[in-house]
Design a protein around this ligand. Structure first.
Ligand SMILES: [Mg+2]
Length: 240
């Protein structure tokens, strides 16, 4: 019987990619580096891809936290002929971007209604990030009071999909893995990782992506798939 429901934060509850892309477009417009009629959608997509690349390197221990920020800023501005002359200059550029990113923070439209339907469960977060960056998001978005515990990879020292971070979360809640579900937007990092640790893995597949779903591990792992958080309650009811 499931008594604890754990969530990924970025792109599961919080509309991260939208904030990243709106934030970098606002930042680019303010720098004057780019023509007003430039292809901002392409630049936003390039920035998102650089985040994916360098943040993954950070999660694998190849860069430190500020290092991945500097690498993203340097790679992004290189096509404009901009080279930072110090680490501090790259970090300053990133901090200015972050102001626009924060101004663009929103929840996915289905997040708050879904959280409100889960009052019979204890709720928590497991996020691949650092506490000082993730906790303010929960507070600014007005959802921190829903969650009994927020587990960050930065504090714990291992990242999803490593089973240890899922087992740690269960231990913090004092439940067996079989009593917990984990909901996230990444099939392998979130749903498969949780399932390997013995939790019910629920993949939030907003885009309707079929790739990977037919693999034997996914088919055999009992992973549930939903396309919107509006279906989460029904999904959990099936698991109870
Ligand atoms: Mg996510």
């Amino acid at each position: 019987m499931i008594s604890v429901v754990l969530f990924d934060l970025d792109d599961t509850l919080f509309a991260h990619r939208r904030a990243v892309e709106d934030g970098v477009v606002a930042h680019l417009r303010s720098t004057g580096l780019v023509d007003p009629d430039a292809d901002f959608a392409a630049e936003a997509a390039r920035w998102s891809a650089l985040e994916e690349h360098h943040y993954t390197r950070y999660l694998h221990g190849e860069l430190d936290y500020l290092g991945q920020r500097r690498a993203r800023a340097a790679d992004f501005l290189r096509p404009y002929g901009v080279e930072f002359d110090s680490d501090a200059a790259a970090e300053d550029w990133f901090e200015t971007y972050l102001r626009e990113y924060r101004a663009a923070w929103t929840l996915h439209h289905d997040a708050l209604p879904a959280l409100r339907t889960l009052s019979q469960f204890r709720l928590g977060i497991i996020t691949n990030g650092v506490t000082h960056f993730q906790q303010p998001k929960l507070e600014a978005l007005g959802i921190s009071s829903f969650f009994e515990h927020v587990i960050t990879s930065g504090d714990f020292g291992a990242v999803k999909p490593d089973p240890s971070i899922f087992l740690h979360a269960c231990s913090v809640f004092g439940v067996e893995p079989s009593q917990a579900a984990y909901v996230g937007d990444r099939l392998n990092t979130d749903a498969v990782g949780a399932s390997r640790a013995g939790l019910l893995g629920i993949w939030l597949n907003r885009a309707g992506d079929r790739a990977g779903l037919e693999t034997a591990e996914v088919a055999n792992a009992g992973i549930q798939t939903i396309s919107t958080l509006a279906d989460l309650s029904a999904c959990l009811a099936g698991a109870i």
